[in-house]
Design a protein around this ligand. Structure first.
Ligand SMILES: Nc1ncnc2c1ncn2[C@@H]1O[C@H](COP(=O)(O)OP(=O)(O)OP(=O)(O)O)[C@@H](O)[C@H]1O
Length: 241
């Protein structure tokens, strides 16, 4: 069980908080869609949950552990397990998809391994299994530049999983993708939730949120204005965001 209480976040010298008294709980395996208009605080929420942004107020409890009170190493562990996926994930374009997955990003593997590209056989097997589960086995040896936007997103998800992600915080993972690729990315995320008990919080458009989210959280001006499970939104709820 994960509990977020009274999360409040200010940025810079702004008087009003970007996130204000955000409270919600969730379980492993949920696929939570975050919706809201531009500037409502969706990215900031995901960044606070990934600990990429400091919390100004609030408590964050994961399976009985008070995350904000953890020391440096404890927070590093949470950062690995709570992977923030950007809209345009960064890769080394000269390396194959497989190598990008194995070598990981800064903070996931030691610098000398990222530089040398050294691959161990057990890393190789584990990465191939994950890439296959995301439906990209035949593209594993392609250079990153040869992959489509949707395939790059799925490689980013594979990379996060190989490096220990249990929660995926995907910030607009389908922006710029054609409808088929967008559905494929969301389908894979949903499968991960159902079959692997990965938890996904993702910022996606409303129509896709209604189709793929097991739960939809609406944000407006940094506050939660609805939190619904297992159903489409009412017109009234839609008017709140
Ligand atoms: N570094 C920053 N400095 C100042 N203001 C910021 C900063 N980052 C975010 N903000 C402000 O915080 C508010 C919320 O931003 P955030 O990116 O979380 O919104 P969002 O809902 O993800 O928006 P979008 O859908 O446009 O990506 C916005 O008003 C934004 O201008």
């Amino acid at each position: 069980m994960i509990t977020i209480e009274h999360l409040t976040k200010f940025i810079g010298i702004q008087k009003d908080p970007i996130l204000h008294d955000v409270n919600f709980q969730f379980h492993k395996g949920e696929m939570i869609a975050i919706v809201g208009s531009s500037g409502s605080g969706k990215s900031t929420l995901l960044q606070c949950l990934s600990l990429n942004q400091k919390w100004d107020q609030g408590s964050f409890n994961v399976d009985g552990v008070d995350v904000l009170k953890l020391g440096f190493m404890g927070k590093q562990k949470i950062k690995k397990e709570w992977a923030y996926l950007e809209q345009s994930p960064e890769f080394n374009p000269k390396r194959t998809a497989l190598k990008n997955v194995i070598i990981g990003q800064r903070g996931q593997t030691p610098w000398w391994r990222r530089l040398s590209g050294t691959v161990r056989s057990d890393d190789y097997m584990g990465a191939m299994d994950v890439i296959e589960s995301l439906g990209l086995l035949e593209k594993a040896h392609f250079k990153m530049g040869q992959l489509s936007g949707g395939e790059r997103q799925r490689i980013a998800i594979s990379r996060a999983l190989v490096h220990g992600a249990k929660v995926i915080l995907a910030d607009e993972p389908v922006v710029g993708l054609d409808p088929k690729s967008a559905e494929s990315v969301l389908e894979q995320l949903r499968t991960l939730c159902k079959e692997e008990r990965v938890t996904v919080l993702t910022v996606i458009p409303l129509d896709l949120a209604e189709r793929y989210g097991s739960r939809i959280i609406g944000l407006s001006k940094g506050e939660i204005v609805f939190d619904v499970k297992g159903r489409r939104l009412t017109q009234r709820e839609k008017s709140l965001i």
